[in-house]
Design a protein around this ligand. Structure first.
Ligand code: 5AD
Ligand code: SF4
Length: 436
C-alpha cells in the first residue's frame, strides 16, 4: 500500500515540476513515507529524520517531510520530536503534497480532507521497463482488530467505482503492464454493503471478472484478503478465471481460537482450514502465504502450539511473522503486554524455521519441471540474470535479456532454495499446467 502511495506521490510531484533523484544527497526535499503498524517502524523513521536534519546546515532550502500512517498517528508531536521536520501529511491528504512543499514553517495536514478525493490514484506516470503494477481499489478499513492501528490512520472503507478501476487497468495495459495486483486493506470486502451481490457474485468477484476480460492483462493478483470475507464465489473464480494467479496471501494472525477471539478476527482455525481445503481442491498447487502475530497479550505456550499445529496442517510456502507491538489507541494497547521479548523472539524463530522447511518442500516439487514465468527485471546477481515469478508466486532466476521484460516464458527448474528457484528458459516447451 505504501509502495503504491509512494508512486502516487512521485507522479503528483513530477506533474508539479519536481524531479526525482536517485542520490539522496542531491535532494532538496526528502519525504519519508511511513508505517505505524509496529513501533519499530516508527522508531526507524524518526531516527532517519534526525539524520536528515543535519543537511539543513549545508542546504538552507532543504526540506524534510513525514507522510503516511505515522504522520496521521503522531501529527503535531513529530515537530516536537524533530523540529527540523517541515511538513507532516497523513494518508488521506497526500494529494495536497505539491502545495504543502511550498509552505513555509511547519505544515500539518492530517485528518479528513476538505474535499473527498478517492479518485486521486488515477494520475500515474509509469516507469519504463515495468510490467507489473499495483492498483488500489479501496482505502481504509472498517474492521477493528484489537491490535491494529490502520483504521485509525487510514480511516473507514471507501471503495473506488468499478468503472474507474477498469479504466485504470486499461491505462496500465496500454503502458506495458502485464500483471496487476489489486490492493486494499481487506481487498475481498471491496464494495462492502454499498455495492450489490449479483447472481451470487460479490462486488470483488465482479471486479475480478471485468478485469479478467481485458485483453492486455495477463495476470491478476490481490492483497490482502480477510478470511471472514473469503466467500465461495471467490474460490470458484480462482478455478474459472484464467488470469487470476494461483496464489493467495491470507493473513491468519494466530492458530488459537482464544487468541483469534481476543484479536476480534471473527473467524476460527476451523474456518481457515475449510477455506484452505476448498482452495486446494479448486486450484491444484495453489501457493499460500500468511501473516502471523506472536506474543499477543496473554498468549500461552498452549495457544502458540495451536498456531504451530495450524502451520503444520497448512504448510504455508511463505509467512511474515511479527512480534506483537502495542499501538497507542488500539484496544489491545489497554492490555498488559505480558509476553516477554525473549519468548516472542523464540516463537518467531520457531515459525520461521517451520516455514523454511515447508517452503523448501514446496519448491522441491518443481525440480526438473517447466513452469511459466513472467520476466520482471534484472536480478541483483549476475550480469544477464533476470528474475520473474510463477503464477503460484515462486521467484525464479534465469538467464535472459532486459528486452525480454514483460514476456511470459517457460523455464525449466534446475535448482531450488528456501526463497528462490533457478532455471533455464526452454523453447517450445510444454509447461506443466498443474505446476505453473
Ligand atoms: N503488532 C504486530 N504485528 C502487527 N500487525 C498489525 N498490527 C500489529 C501489531 N500491533 C501485522 C499483522 C498484519 C500485518 C500487516 O502486520 O500480521 O497482517
Ligand atoms: Fe488492521 Fe484488521 Fe483492518 Fe487488517 S482487517 S487493516 S488487521 S483492522
Amino acid at each position: 500500500m505504501n509502495e503504491r502511495d509512494t508512486e502516487m506521490i512521485l507522479s503528483q510531484l513530477q506533474c508539479a515540476g519536481y524531479e526525482l533523484t536517485n542520490n539522496e544527497k542531491m535532494a532538496d526535499v526528502v519525504i519519508l513515507n511511513t508505517c505505524s503498524v509496529r513501533e519499530q517502524a516508527e522508531i526507524k523513521a524518526i531516527g532517519k529524520s534526525g539524520h536528515l536534519a543535519r543537511r539543513k546546515h549545508t542546504n538552507p532550502n532543504f526540506k524534510i517531510g513525514i507522510v503516511g500512517c505515522m504522520a496521521e498517528h503522531l501529527g503535531e508531536k513529530l515537530f516536537k520530536l524533530n523540529g527540523a521536520i517541515d511538513f507532516v501529511v497523513g494518508p488521506k491528504r497526500l494529494h495536497e503534497l505539491a502545495n504543502v512543499i511550498e509552505d513555509t514553517g511547519h505544515s500539518l495536514r492530517i485528518g479528513e480532507p476538505e474535499k473527498q478525493q478517492v479518485a486521486h490514484d488515477f494520475n500515474r506516470k509509469l516507469e519504463k521497463k515495468k510490467c507489473t503494477a499495483f492498483l488500489s481499489i479501496m482505502h481504509g478499513c472498517n474492521m477493528r482488530c484489537s491490535y491494529c492501528i490502520v483504521p485509525r490512520t487510514r480511516g473507514n472503507e471507501q471503495y473506488r467505482p468499478m468503472e474507474d478501476i477498469v479504466e485504470e487497468a486499461k491505462f496500465l495495459t496500454k503502458n506495458g503492464i502485464k500483471e496487476i495486483t489489486l490492493l486494499g486493506q481487506i481487498v475481498n470486502n471491496y464494495g462492502g454493503r454499498l455495492m450489490p451481490t449479483v447472481d451470487g457474485k460479490t462486488p470483488f468477484v465482479q471486479l475480478l471478472e471485468s478485469l479478467n476480460a481485458l485483453p492486455g492483462i495477463k495476470r491478476i493478483r490481490y492483497m490482502s484478503p480477510h478470511p471472514r470475507f473469503f466467500s465461495d464465489d471467490l474460490i470458484l473464480v480462482h478455478k474459472n478465471l484464467s488470469k487470476l494467479c494461483s496464489s493467495v496471501h491470507l493473513p491468519i494472525q494466530s492458530g488459537s481460537n482464544r487468541i483469534l477471539a481476543a484479536m476480534r478476527r471473527s473467524y476460527t482455525r476451523e474456518k481457515i482450514l475449510e477455506i484452505i481445503k476448498k482452495l486446494r481442491d479448486a486450484v491444484p498447487n495453489v501457493g499460500i502465504s500468511t501473516d502471523i502475530i506472536v506474543g499477543y497479550p496473554s498468549e500461552t505456550e498452549k495457544d502458540f502450539e495451536e498456531t504451530v499445529s495450524l502451520f503444520d496442517a497448512i504448510k504455508f510456502n511463505m509467512a511474515f511473522v511479527f512480534k506483537y507491538s502495542p499501538r497507542e489507541g488500539t484496544k489491545s494497547a489497554e492490555l498488559l503486554d505480558d509476553v516477554e521479548e525473549t519468548i516472542k523472539e523464540h516463537r518467531n524463530k520457531i515459525l520461521l524455521q517451520r516455514v523454511q522447511e515447508t517452503s523448501m518442500h514446496y519448491h522441491q516439487q518443481f525440480l526438473g519441471k517447466t513452469v511459466e514465468v513472467l520476466i520482471e527485471g534484472r536480478a541483483r546477481r549476475g550480469a544477464n540474470t533476470m528474475f520473474g515469478w510463477t503464477t503460484n508466486h515462486c521467484k525464479v532466476l534465469f538467464e535472459a535479456s532486459e528486452n525480454d521484460i514483460g514476456k511470459i516464458v517457460p523455464v525449466r527448474i534446475d535448482s531450488f532454495a528456501t526463497t528462490i528457484l533457478s532455471g533455464t528458459i526452454v523453447q517450445n516447451a510444454q509447461t506443466e499446467t498443474a505446476l505453473s
